[in-house]
Design a protein around this ligand. Structure first.
Ligand code: GLU
Length: 463
């Protein structure tokens, strides 16, 4: 049975686009194999939690269609799915390792550890716990009986640690290079390493597909699996998303929360499609495909090691393709959903043929089309010296009987000629007068939609 998971920590406002990319792979692999996709919340680092982050993250993942078979929201056979509610399980497992002599108690004070580390650094040695407590176990036990605070550390074996990663290949690390990792902290909370291994095992996770930042922790996890006598899951470490300048994705450069893109009017299908292309490509080289197709063709062995570039400009381009695939009616519905009900639907649908080639996300619609719904409140050019031109325009337009784009266009061309103005200049003035802006959808068509009385009114107030 294939069981995959994501294990996000609610340390951000919402779900990170990188987490969505990882979630996609896990979701696809589970679904392709008729298995389950699980969301587990890793909330043991209480100091880094962001209030409301978990709720928003789960909601956004749902909105994107990455619904979990088991999660804190829907429960499941291995609940709870929030680590802060599983503390007793971790403690029990850490103690089981003590009994097996694979772990030991440590009561060293932070000061002692700090001095030790400084000394090791000064001697240019790898900073590592010196096993003082392991070498004085009887004394340590006594002190704990008398109430001393303790942590539980993993006894790192002095041997090679070996595992295979679907993406990174065969990995060999020597235990002597690794620290005796703290498993259980003095406040009773597990560290990530203990909790992730215990949960992945108890929740019967078969494949761990996660970001490469966890690759260096995996040897410790392998030691833990072996210490417990558990079978290893399949590991696949994906590459981290990068900014176009190859720097690490950070919220200082571009939005990183998936919901920020949805809020701009990027379609969730397009965001999913784009993120699926991060570190993976379609076997037929396709750029546009839906989640179902992705599920059909995804295989972790095709995950690439090169760093994928998350480029919001490319995402917008792709979203533009999705926009143009929609019928006028469907795009109208999406736009109305996005801008709200205050905008008459018949006008929305009339404007769509004029703008569907120009907008890349729904957020682009109102800046381009706001003038259809209310007169300009400011003008991109000072029209006050152009009253004579406006006068002529007003008279010419009032004579148009058949208010159609080509008629309006013909009459306006004639007016420009009568005024001996160049077309470019004339139409720029007209455009600003009608729309307020130097950039707009095709003007004659826009004026047709606005209707004669509205257009005349907009010119008249400039006279
Ligand atoms: N809690 C880790 C994170 O926030 C999970 C890493 C893993 O998938 O093992 O990414």
């Amino acid at each position: 049975m294939v069981r995959t998971r994501i294990a996000p920590s609610p340390t951000g406002e919402d779900v990170h686009v990188g987490t969505v990319a990882t979630a996609l792979m896990n979701y696809a692999w589970a679904k392709k194999n008729g298995g389950q996709f699980i969301i587990r919340i890793e909330d043991t680092d209480r100091s880094r939690m962001v209030a409301g982050g978990e709720e928003r993250m789960l909601q956004t993942l749902n909105q994107l269609g990455l619904t979990a078979d088991e999660s804190p929201l829907v429960g499941g056979p291995y609940q709870p799915y929030r680590q802060s509610q599983r503390l007793a399980i971790y403690k029990q497992h850490a103690e089981a390792l003590i009994k097996k002599k694979q772990a030991y108690y440590c009561i060293c004070s932070p000061q002692r550890l700090d001095e030790m580390r400084k000394k090791q650094q000064a001697e240019k040695r790898i900073p590592k716990y010196d096993r003082h407590c392991f070498n004085h176990q009887a004394e340590v036990s006594n002190q704990i009986k008398n109430g001393a605070q303790y942590v539980i550390r993993l006894l790192m074996p002095d041997r090679e640690i070996v595992f295979d990663d679907v993406v990174r290949g065969h990995i060999v690390v020597h235990g002597s290079n690794l620290d005796d990792q703290v498993l259980l902290k003095s406040d009773g909370f597990p560290t990530y390493h203990l909790a992730v291994v215990v949960d992945d095992h108890l929740m019967q996770i078969s494949h761990v597909i996660r970001g490469e930042e966890w690759l260096s922790s995996t040897p410790k996890h392998v030691v833990l699996y072996e210490a417990f006598g558990w079978e290893l899951p399949v590991f696949a470490h994906t590459s981290l998303l990068r900014n176009p300048d190859k720097s690490k994705l950070s919220k200082r450069k571009n939005p990183v929360w998936a919901s920020q893109y949805l809020a701009q009017g990027i379609f969730s299908e397009a965001l999913i499609n784009y993120l699926a292309l991060m570190g993976w490509s379609h076997p037929k080289g396709k750029e546009i495909f839906d989640l179902q197709e992705y599920v059909r063709v995804f295989d972790p062995k095709d995950i690439q090691t090169s760093a994928p570039v998350f480029d919001p400009v490319k995402l917008e381009w792709l979203n533009g393709m999705y926009i143009r695939e929609l019928s006028i009616k469907d795009l109208g519905l999406r736009i109305t959903q996005y801008i709200g009900d205050n905008y008459p639907k018949d006008i929305v649908s009339q404007t769509i043929p004029l703008v569907r080639e120009r907008i890349k996300k729904l957020e682009d619609y109102l800046p381009l089309c706001g003038f259809f719904y209310k007169p300009p409140d400011k003008y991109a050019l000072d029209l006050s010296p152009k009253k004579a031109v406006m006068e002529k325009i007003y008279h010419a337009l009032s004579k148009v009987t058949d208010w159609k784009a080509d008629q309006i266009g013909a009459v306006m061309l004639q007016t420009a000629q009568d005024l001996q103005m160049r077309n470019g200049e004339f139409f720029m003035l007209l455009r600003v007068a009608i729309t307020g802006s130097k950039i707009s959808p095709p003007l004659n068509e826009s004026m047709e939609i606005l209707g004669k009385p509205t257009c005349l009114k907009r010119i008249k107030i400039l006279l």
